[in-house]
Design a protein around this ligand. Structure first.
Ligand code: GLU
Length: 578
């Protein structure tokens, strides 16, 4: 164990703890994970990060470099070329860094530093006064370094002041668990996965990790990167902190050190974890994720806007030209490139593109301009884009001109409309003939005509209300009629969901009419229009006096229902593949 700081020699050499903290905040701990020890050199990358945050890169780099050094961590020397310490992971660089913080902040520096470390660990931390005093009294070498820095104008004020803050920083008392949370915060680009607090900017964390990668493990750093392949930092009290960027933080505590000054068991544990879990930074699987959850087209997925025969056959024939992409995950550059390639590939056959983003949790800012460029190219080629379910994403302004819908069904309807008629919204005109002549074409018109009443509806007016007796049947003459029910969605919330939209010529309300059960949903005329109504009492008269015609009418309704049910079955079966 380290004994050049006398107090460190009092640790229990058998203590041994391992903690893994994942990027989404789960913690796996085994052994002595709550035993306090001092952070020592593991504080160095963090105080460097704090200096970058407070003072900016330019000012910090004027006083300390970023090159690995071939010398011992506690060498009393500076880079002969630059006259400043080679990097912030050796003592000279760390003291220069902390002195800058001390100089800039003054009397408040210790409190600020402690708060910063506490935020990283998600727990109020304190300084182990015994270890601090012990190093203060025995740290002649560091005192020499500090004065050397003063002499070289790297430190421009009292060299004792910065040194004192450095000793305090090294004596911050932490546990193995704290260290793992700090490591996970670095794995999450500076956001603490437990508190959710954003503590450091990603650019700063990137720099900290880079220095840990090249200089974090004393003179074993090259070997470590070769075998373990993670940015890491160790301290003489026996802690090791390692980071798998984007995935997890690892911490070990075991006070016995090897010849390099690294925790012997810590090194062995990290080597084994890296190998067994395949975590080496330079051993990344190229095909881990795909941004495309499903790619389909409008012959397979159709909106709940029911279509007339002509539109239906056009969709069956040309629906393949409405290309539907369901994207997913966190879209970073690699995913974005795959997405763009897929859009490019599809665009040769597409007349309309629908991009559904409900399963996308994040689009990294650098991807927006790439997407915007691709969409602009589509626009120039006359391929319209419809966006679906992107309300949870901070959409880039370049994408706001594209039509977007908060429901996939509506987006799909808009895409179908674009294919069918070239416009997003279609409000079909009534034909010259009364529309019932189409649905009820096999029923004697002489008998039916006197029974059909034309009703006029305002936009938004209910034709059918849930719970009413089903004592009439309707056929749309003009306008659109939508039926919705409140469905519980995955988030537990109930939302009005469209079951179907009926257009002119289509029959609705026939289910309750036939079954005699109360209405199960509302039907609203969304556009305003006219529809034909047939009352049960008239139908009963028809049954009585013209049973043959009544049978024909029921057969016509059965046919219509059968066609609707057939369509629904196909859609349901296709949904299982989603
Ligand atoms: N406070 C110790 C020193 O400066 C830290 C050393 C270390 O952990 O590498 O000597």
């Amino acid at each position: 164990m380290a004994d050049y700081i006398p107090e460190l020699a009092r640790a229990n050499p058998d203590h041994f703890g391992i903690v893994l903290a994942t990027a989404d905040g789960r913690i796996y701990a085994v052994g002595d994970t709550d035993v306090p020890f001092t952070i020592q050199s593991i504080s160095k990358p963090f105080s460097y990060g704090l200096a970058l945050k407070l003072l900016g890169r330019e000012q910090v780099q004027r006083k300390v470099g970023v090159e690995p050094s071939g010398e011992a961590f506690n060498a009393i020397s500076l880079d002969p070329q630059t006259g400043i310490p080679r990097n912030p992971m050796i003592n000279a660089g760390a003291i220069a860094t902390t002195a800058q913080i001390s100089h800039a902040i003054g009397a408040d520096a210790e409190r600020l530093l402690l708060e910063f470390f506490s935020d990283l660990a998600n727990r109020p931390l304190s300084i182990d006064q015994a270890v601090y005093r012990s190093e203060c009294e025995s740290g002649h070498r560091n005192r020499a370094i500090s004065h050397l820095l003063r002499n070289a104008q790297v430190i421009e004020t009292d060299p004792e002041q910065g040194l004192d803050l450095y000793f305090r920083q090294c004596a911050i008392s932490i546990t193995c668990r704290d260290l793992a949370v700090m490591a996970a915060t670095l794995a999450c680009q500076g956001s603490n996965p437990l508190s959710g607090d954003h503590i450091l900017e990603p650019e700063i964390v990137t720099r900290m990790l880079a220095l840990m990668g090249t200089c974090g493990m004393y003179d074993y750093a090259g070997h470590w990167l070769y075998d373990v392949g993670m940015p890491a930092k160790s301290g003489v009290a026996g802690g090791v902190l390692a980071v798998v960027p984007g995935r997890l933080g690892i911490a070990t505590y075991s006070p016995r050190l090897d010849a390099y000054g690294n925790s012997s068991r810590g090194i062995a544990v990290c080597e084994e974890i890296s190998q067994r879990l395949g975590l080496h930074l330079y051993n990344q699987n190229p095909g881990l994720t795909t941004p495309i959850r499903r790619s389909s087209n409008a012959t397979f997925q159709q909106s709940r806007r029911l279509r007339n025969t002509q539109e239906e056959s056009q969709l069956a024939e040309q629906g393949g030209q409405v290309r539907i992409l369901h994207a997913q995950g966190v879209i970073d550059f690699a995913d974005c490139e795959l997405l763009l390639a897929e859009i490019q590939r599809l665009s040769n056959k597409a007349r309309v593109l629908l991009l559904d983003l409900v399963q996308v949790t994040e689009v990294q800012p650098l991807c927006w301009p790439l997407l915007a460029t691709q969409f602009e190219l589509l626009r120039q080629r006359g391929i319209p884009l419809v966006l679906s379910r992107c309300q949870h994403l901070p959409l880039d302004p370049a994408l706001t001109p594209y039509p977007r819908y908060s429901s996939f069904d509506e987006a799909l309807e808009a895409a179908e409309n674009l294919l069918l008629g070239g416009a997003l919204h279609s409000n079909p005109e009534a034909g010259d003939q009364p529309s019932w002549t189409h649905v009820l074409k096999d029923v004697d018109p002489e008998l039916i005509e006197p029974m059909m009443r034309l009703r006029r509806l305002e936009p938004g007016e209910a034709v059918i209300e849930r719970g009413q007796a089903g004592d009439s049947l309707f056929i749309a003459q003009s306008g659109l009629y939508s039926t919705t029910v409140d469905l519980q969605e995955l988030d537990g919330q109930f939302r009005a969901t469209r079951m179907a939209t009926f257009a002119p010529g289509m029959c609705f309300g026939e289910i309750a009419f036939i079954s005699g059960l109360p209405r199960s949903a509302d039907v609203i005329c969304t556009t305003g229009g006219f529809c034909w109504e047939l009352l049960r009492e008239d139908f009963d008269q028809l049954r009585l006096h013209h049973p043959q015609a009544a049978i024909q009418l029921l057969l016509a309704l059965a046919n219509d229902l059968g066609a609707k049910l057939g369509r629904t079955n196909v859609q349901l079966s296709l949904m299982e593949q989603l």
